[in-house]
Design a binder for this molecule. Structure first.
Ligand code: HEC
Length: 172
C-alpha cells in the first residue's frame, strides 16, 4: 500500500514537474515573441528614421538646387542689366534724330539690328544710300517711308553723323 502511495506521489510529482516545465517553455516562448516584437519595432523605427533622413536629404538637395538656380538667375539678370547699360549708356552719344528715327533698327551706335550695320560706312556712302532710298532708285519700303518725310538737310546731317561713328567708337 505504501508503495502504491509512493508511486502515485512520484507520478504526481513528475506530472507537476512536467507541467512546470511546459509552462516554463510557454513563458520562454512568450518572452521570445516579446523580444521579436520589440526587435521588429526597433527595426521599423529605424526604417522610418532612415526614410525621414532620406526625405530630408532629398528636400535639402531640392532647396539647395532651387537656391542655386535663384542665384544664377539673379546673376544673369545683373549681367543683362549691365549689358543693357553698356548698350545704351556706355556707347558714344548720338543725335536725337538718329536715336529716334534710326537706332531702333540700326542700333544705338549703328551696330546693326534689323537694319544693316552702319558703323564704318563713310558719310558719302550713307548719303547716296539715303538719297537712293528716298528717290525709290533703291527699293526698300521701310527706308522709303521713313525718308520721304525728311528733307535733304536731315539726310545730309544724318549721313555726316553716321560717317563719324567709327571714329567715335574708337575714341571710347
Ligand atoms: C524700321 C527699320 C529701319 C529704320 C527705322 C531705319 N532703317 Fe535704315 N535700313 C533698314 C533696312 C531693313 C535696311 C536694308 C535695306 C536694303 O538693303 O534693302 C536699311 C538700310 C539702310 C542703309 C543702307 C545700308 C547699306 O549697308 O546698304 C542706310 C545708310 C540706312 N538704312 C540708314 C538709315 C538711317 C539714317 C535711318 C534713320 C533715319 C534708318 N536707316 C532707319 C531698316 C531701317
Amino acid at each position: 500500500m505504501k508503495h502504491i502511495i509512493a508511486g502515485i506521489t512520484t507520478l504526481l510529482a513528475l506530472g507537476a514537474m512536467f507541467l512546470v516545465f511546459q509552462s516554463d517553455k510557454e513563458v520562454d516562448k512568450l518572452s521570445h515573441i516579446n523580444k521579436f516584437i520589440a526587435k521588429t519595432e526597433i527595426k521599423v523605427k529605424l526604417d522610418n528614421s532612415q526614410q525621414q533622413r532620406e526625405q530630408t536629404t532629398e528636400t535639402d538637395a531640392k532647396s539647395i538646387d532651387a537656391e542655386q538656380k535663384q542665384k544664377q538667375k539673379e546673376l544673369d539678370d545683373k549681367l543683362q542689366a549691365l549689358k543693357n547699360k553698356a548698350g545704351n549708356v556706355a556707347g558714344f552719344k548720338v543725335s536725337s534724330l538718329y536715336r529716334q528715327k534710326c537706332s531702333s533698327c540700326h542700333g544705338v551706335n549703328g551696330e546693326g539690328i534689323i537694319g544693316p550695320k552702319l558703323i564704318g560706312d563713310s558719310a558719302e556712302k550713307v548719303y547716296s544710300a539715303l538719297v537712293d532710298f528716298k528717290s525709290g532708285k533703291r527699293k526698300n519700303y521701310v527706308m522709303y517711308g521713313l525718308l520721304s518725310k525728311m528733307d535733304d538737310g536731315q539726310l545730309k546731317s544724318l549721313s555726316d553723323e553716321i560717317g563719324t561713328f567709327e571714329q567715335k567708337k574708337n575714341a571710347q
